[in-house]
Design a protein around this ligand. Sequence first.
Ligand code: ATP
Ligand code: MG
Length: 348
Amino acid sequence: MASLLEAMSEKIVILPIHGIGGISKTTFARLIYNDPKFNCYSQVWVHVSQRFDSNKIYKSIILQLSGKEGLANECKMIHSRLKKLLCGKKILIVLDDLWEDNQFLLLELKDMLYHDDSNITILVTTRSELIAERICTNLQPHKILPLTNNMCWDLIKQRSGFKDRNDKEQLMGIGWEIAKKCGGVALAALSLGFTLRPMNFHEWMKVKDSDIWNEPVSKDLFLPNHVLASLMLSYSYMSPCLKPCFTYCATFPKGHNIVKDDLIYQWIALDFVKPTKLLSNMELCERYIVQLLGLSFFQQPVSPKTSEAYYKQATFFTMHDLVHDLAISLLGNNILDQSKQGPCEYWI
Ligand SMILES: Nc1ncnc2c1ncn2[C@@H]1O[C@H](COP(=O)(O)OP(=O)(O)OP(=O)(O)O)[C@@H](O)[C@H]1O
Ligand SMILES: [Mg+2]
């Protein structure tokens, strides 16, 4: 924050935040975004994601700065509208989850977000150190380091309700071993902590000694094995009815704001939910949502809500990209990706 504030007298400051998948880059960017020091700034949050589309980024910035959807689709029109909106302002822009490493495209993006008469501060989160170096200006990229094992253990304790348990002494050592397996990634600790909550001593042991830890589940260079392994473990302990409800969410695009009520009706329509004598469909769905939130498989969105009246009333969730990757990998060949398969009947 100190180095960012020091550099902010420049016309454009870009602070890249990089680190492995799930390490807390977005969380860190959000802390800066919500800091009172930026109260006098116009603020914009863009979820960039793997498919880089510069016009989509510019249109999202235009929408958030002006409150109006731009009708223009032509590049020139979009560019001139964006430049006009950037003029004479103090603006904080977060470009969350940038994957594009093409130097030419990154340069063009920087040029478009520069304005002679403005102070523009940009935070970029990315898993890649190379992209961080390519996009940065006068500030050194900030690398997010893993949490300590102690911090992971604290998260597990919080989520598993550890302090209220009678078997604390017995569980202490096993819990610590599980915390070490989280590799300093909060998401891994949070989901495992929640999974351990209803479990007894023997089940904690089973989690610790599970074969999943040794299986090569991650093919991504920026994503160590333990992160997906811990999510996979949490999935494996879900109730059989919750499993299809969760994997179904792979059909939404990454970063999508899922509308709670729509999702519940879709689960019921698809016959994923089986009412019992005690619980109706709706009550079961509410429980599933609580479970998915507890596991951190669902989160409250950060990006601005849509302006349509219906959606203003609605409750939204997003899925973390890693959780989305898990759902996709679980569906395997049962889901077709339009970008990989060409024209097809079903797509994500
Ligand atoms: N210090 C922390 N304490 C508790 N929860 C945390 C902490 N840091 C991050 N989290 C939680 O961990 C999850 C992953 O964090 P985040 O989304 O910031 O990771 P990321 O590095 O941006 O991941 P990706 O590489 O996929 O974009 C989120 O659910 C977040 O709320
Ligand atoms: Mg992120």
